[in-house]
Design a binder for this molecule. Structure first.
Ligand code: KIV
Length: 285
């Protein structure tokens, strides 16, 4: 289905044609456990949200925007301001998917009260329906605190990129029995604390399968297993915008190659004065 947009000049909203389905809700996505796999992709801008929205159940405004949009070395320097600005853009560009926003490093770990302050700001300023935070047993109290106060939370265990300095890199987790046991305990802890979805990133497949069976909420895999209740990828990775990507990424396009070819064609035409032509030039009739 191809979607076009018409601009409503009264509200400045670009309305999609054909009209979209009603927006999914957190309880509806939560009930998808064990059914049709949940589709989640990252989005950071309104236009990307418009293009992805009809195909996704959840759009995640991931803190991966630190590397993808801002060229930062990790997600550690990402701020609440960045997440709120991009989150609001994605909500404006979407009509169907549940929009969830990553809580950036440093905005929630100190205490449940700090997490509530940051999460409520994110939901107020963006209009998104949910937040995501990284961490297992240590974050269970915070997940319970937020969910009991009306903030839907997505958990994230296994490879947790905000902990890169402690983990020492982005390698897959759970190779030793002790680490596998810890990841399972983390998954159970945040699921029991009330998260409505649980991202399992960069873990041995056996752990993902066992966790998916063990927890009541749907699991979303990224470098985990096809047996998770859904899958997520960073959109720019799956579009082939980067040369180097983790092994778990499948490139569905070669956007880097296509952008380079378009830029080269534009540069060639400008230098030959072949662009603009009469078609792109304003002239008196
Ligand atoms: O920041 C992000 O994009 C994420 C996904 C990769 C799960 O957390």
């Amino acid at each position: 289905m191809s979607v076009t947009h018409s601009l409503d000049t009264a509200t400045s909203r670009a309305n999609p044609l054909p009209s979209p389905m009603k927006r999914l809700t957190v309880p509806k996505v939560q009930k998808m456990k064990g059914g049709e796999p949940i589709v989640m992709l990252t989005a950071y801008t309104a236009r990307m949200a418009q293009l992805l929205d009809p195909h996704c159940d959840v759009l995640l405004v991931g803190d991966s925007l630190g590397q993808v949009i801002y060229g930062l070395p990790s997600t550690v320097p990402v701020t609440l301001e960045m997440m709120c600005a991009h989150g609001a853009a994605v909500v404006r560009g979407s009509y169907h998917a549940v929009v969830a926003i990553d809580m950036p490093f440093g905005s929630y770990e100190a205490s449940p009260a700090q997490a509530f302050e940051s999460a409520s700001r994110i939901l107020k300023e963006t209009g998104a329906a949910a937040v995501k935070l990284e961490g297992g047993e240590a974050m269970a109290e915070t997940v319970a605190f937020l969910t009991k106060r009306g903030i839907p939370v997505i958990g994230h265990v296994g490879l947790t990129p905000q902990a890169v300095n402690a983990l020492g890199g982005y390698g897959a987790r759970g190779k030793s029995d002790a680490e596998a046991k810890k990841i399972l305990a983390d998954a159970k802890a945040v699921a029991e604390a009330g998260c409505f979805l649980l991202v399992l990133e960069g873990v041995m497949e056996e752990i993902a399968i066992e966790a998916t069976k063990a927890v009541a909420c749907p699991t979303i895999g990224i470098g985990a297993s096809a047996e998770c209740d859904g899958q997520v990828l960073v959109t720019e990775d799956m579009l082939g915008l980067f040369e180097r990507t983790p092994r778990f990424v499948k490139k569905y396009d070669d956007m880097a190659g296509r952008i380079e070819a378009a830029a080269q064609a534009f540069a060639g035409e400008v230098r030959k004065r072949a662009f603009p032509t009469a078609d792109q030039t304003y002239r008196k009739a």
